[in-house]
Write a protein that binds this ligand. Structure first.
Ligand SMILES: *Cc1c(COP(=O)(O)O)cnc(C)c1O
Length: 377
């Protein structure tokens, strides 16, 4: 029996989501309207952070954070070697230099001990990435950044819905970034957000999102003003009301989706607990993990990858260490050997499907296939 392709992650869209988008289309405001503000308010309240600014993507949100730090050419920003490329690209967008830091082998989260070795007079910030949805060790990171007088930026694109004690993902750092790409916890199609408790960062980011214009269109409309000042180069990084309507509607289901993801992860954990060849990454604390990805280490990963794909299972690899991409080799001279743990981990990591609508039967098929394939190696 040929199985339908099972992706590693995908969105869930309900009739309510569809109705919310239709209603936004009929509201008279396609962009720059109240729905964007309502979405910003809802997400920032959920994360218990004072200020949220919606942007056109998570990448745009990261870029906005780098601009808010007023980086100068030659300034350095420490980033983990394992993340999506956008984490480091955002540093390049502002002509600063990413400095790659190695990760812990059991979690692939940035290793706080390693960060200290990379701090120089030029270091301005650290970007922490909640890889796979697991919160970083923010206590350690905040301590290091305080001591060295660095900004802490959190790339929470994987971890919306995770928490540590009373503190939600998005509330630990000076600036935190979310993504609403379809594979992430909730979606707006494309979209992102910056969360902060600094009014000054918040205002900078809102100007940056809108060409550097000092008043947003709604404010200008209300004040009957046609003039505005522009003091710096900005972008059009706005999110639309149509997208925000989808995001708002999705947000209602976030908690139930995160708990569904955890249930799926716990089943994988228990199924693989006595396997000698399948090693899941370590989960430090289930409430601190939103399971955007479920990552295992396996021997002969490329063979396992191919055989799983042959069975129509959408396994993937997250990620090639960023410093091994040609862009970084050419641009800043990175090379093999820079982050040995990341590089060694890369050869064995595999992301297997996890998303709220993954059925029990499909999960069983994934588990059985993986066991069969690895046992036959
Ligand atoms: C998805 C993602 C981004 C970028 O988000 P987009 O919305 O796709 O631009 C940044 N960092 C990480 C870790 C991501 O997974």
């Amino acid at each position: 029996m040929a199985k339908k392709y099972i992706p590693y992650s995908t969105q869930s869209i309900s009739q309510q989501d569809v109705a919310a988008v239709i209603s936004a289309l009929q509201s008279g405001w396609l962009t720059g309207g109240k729905t964007v503000e309502n979405f910003e308010k809802a997400v920032s309240e959920y994360c218990r952070v004072p200020y949220g600014t919606a942007l056109s993507s998570g990448t745009a949100a990261l870029h906005a954070c780098m601009r808010a730090l007023h980086l100068q050419p030659g300034d350095e920003v420490i980033v983990p070697a394992i993340s999506f490329i956008a984490t480091a690209n955002a540093v390049l967008y502002e002509q600063a230099t990413p400095v790659f830091c190695d990760v812990s082998p059991d979690t692939l989260l940035i290793n706080p001990e390693q960060i200290k070795k990379h701090i120089s007079a030029k270091t301005k910030a650290v970007i922490a990435v909640d890889f796979a949805g697991q919160l970083c060790d923010y206590e350690a990171l905040i301590g290091i950044c305080k001591e060295a007088d660095l900004y802490l930026v959190a790339d929470c694109c994987h971890s919306l819905g995770a928490s540590f004690g009373d503190v939600k993902s998005g509330a630990f750092a000076d600036l935190s970034v979310l993504s609403f790409h379809p594979v992430k916890q909730i979606t707006t199609g494309e979209g992102g957000m910056v969360l902060t408790s600094s009014k000054s960062f918040y205002e900078d980011i809102r100007r940056f999102r809108n060409h550097g214009i000092s008043l947003d269109p709604a404010q200008r409309h209300k004040l009957h003003q046609y003039t505005y000042t522009i003091d710096e180069l900005g972008y059009n990084y706005r999110l639309t009301d149509i997208q925000s309507a989808l995001g708002l509607s999705q947000l209602h289901r976030l908690d139930s989706w995160v708990s569904k993801r955890r249930t799926i992860a716990e089943r994988y954990d228990s199924e693989f607990s006595n396997s000698t060849s399948i090693t899941p990454l370590t989960c430090r604390n289930i409430s601190g993990h939103a399971y955007h990805l479920y990552v295992i280490k396996v021997p002969q990963r490329d063979i396992v990858f191919t055989k799983m794909r042959e069975r129509n299972i959408g396994v993937n690899v997250h990620y090639l260490p960023i410093h091994l991409h040609n862009l970084y080799r050419k641009k800043i001279g990175t090379h093999e050997g820079l982050c040995p743990i990341a590089e060694e981990s890369y050869s064995s990591i595999l992301s297997i499907p996890i998303f709220p609508d993954l059925s029990d039967d499909d999960q069983q098929y994934i588990i059985d296939s993986l066991k069969e394939i690895t046992e036959a190696l």
